[in-house]
Write a protein that binds this ligand. Structure first.
Ligand code: ADP
Ligand code: MG
Length: 311
């Protein structure tokens, strides 16, 4: 019985057409500029035989994109392994393909990693994409906020006592957006931030009392390296929220020197009023004053002005 190799060769011999096609493809492969460049670079290690045995690998190689040359985006990558570029290498006396991350994939992974540093609860996506640059290019009304944010970023060091900002002003002027820009800049520097939309967070905490998950959630917020409490004063205030939740969070952050930011529609005076009257209508001035002292200790107040960007 003839072996397979012989019969294949017979087939090739008999089929002039096939041989011609094979020869054409072979020429196309070995004269491909990227393959030629590889041959030149490795001429000392390569033999004719090695090249012949590796034709399939070379064919696989030239069918793919390198240097992201042909891909508009990572999604559009046409390579066998999305986001990985083939590189020719010599391995065990054969030419082989090694796949390395492409530039677009590197960037994508880096972004993912940074996003992992910003934890957010109920914060809209557009805000999480804010950058200091967008915010800086902006009109007046926020110059002081911008200066203070930049000063914070310039001085930030883990474990150092540093005041956060209390950004207050009307609805839609971009307070939450500023938090997002600061958080993104911190993420770039590998500092983890937690941004929390306060009214929703308190609702969730209340709901989680029953299934015993409240403590864990509270702990995560308490201990975040940088905490941003968005829209304080918009929550429905109860003495429970004030005395059992917010107060201990702030107390802990003061002790541990952990920077804390707030946004609010209220200035300090209005927020004091908010914390004084619980839903039941009883005035608790002392307790309101205590929590306000903590907020004032943790922050520098700055008014954000401007037009309502939501309308
Ligand atoms: P606030 O928290 O003061 O109510 P937001 O931060 O939510 O306001 O901003 C309102 C809207 O304006 C959002 O959709 C936000 O993405 C947009 N916005 C705010 N500041 C900027 C900016 N500098 N560049 C682009 N969009 C902005
Ligand atoms: Mg807001």
């Amino acid at each position: 019985m003839r072996n397979i190799k012989d019969s294949l060769q017979g087939l090739i011999k008999n089929d002039a057409n096939f041989r011609e096609r094979y020869e054409n493809i072979r020429k196309e492969i070995i004269s491909h500029p990227k393959v030629e460049a590889f041959f030149i670079e490795h001429r000392e290690e390569l033999s004719k035989d090695m090249v012949e045995r590796s034709l399939m690998k070379l064919y696989e190689f030239i069918g793919q994109s390198t240097n992201c040359g042909e891909c508009e985006s990572l999604e559009a990558c046409k390579n066998i392994l999305k986001g990985y570029e083939p590189h020719l290498v010599i391995k065990d006396k054969m030419i082989d393909i090694q796949y390395n991350k492409c530039a677009k994939k590197e960037l994508y992974d880096e972004r993912r990693k940074l996003q992992g540093l910003i934890q957010s609860l109920y914060i809209p996506k557009d805000v999480l994409q804010a950058t200091m640059k967008d915010f800086a290019l902006d009109d007046g009304g926020r110059i002081q906020a911008l200066n203070l944010a930049e000063q914070f970023l310039a001085e930030y060091e883990e474990g150092k006592q540093q005041k956060g900002l209390y950004l207050y002003g009307k609805f839609g002027v971009g307070k939450t957006y500023i938090l997002g820009a600061i958080a993104n800049e911190l993420a770039r520097r590998r500092v983890a931030t937690m941004i929390v939309y306060v009214p929703e967070f308190f609702r969730e905490l209340k709901a989680s009392i029953q299934n015993n998950t409240m403590e864990g959630k509270l702990e995560a917020v308490k201990k975040a390296p940088v905490l941003m409490l968005d829209d304080v004063g918009a929550e429905s205030m109860s003495s429970w929220v004030r005395d059992e939740i917010l107060s201990p969070i702030l107390q802990y952050r003061m002790q541990e020197k952990l920077p804390t930011f707030f946004t609010s529609n209220f200035n300090f005076e209005e927020l004091t009023h908010h914390f004084t009257y619980s839903q039941r209508g009883e005035a608790e001035q002392m307790k309101a004053n205590r929590i306000m002292e903590r907020i004032k200790y943790l922050t520098v107040p700055v008014e954000v002005e401007g037009k309502n960007r939501r309308s």
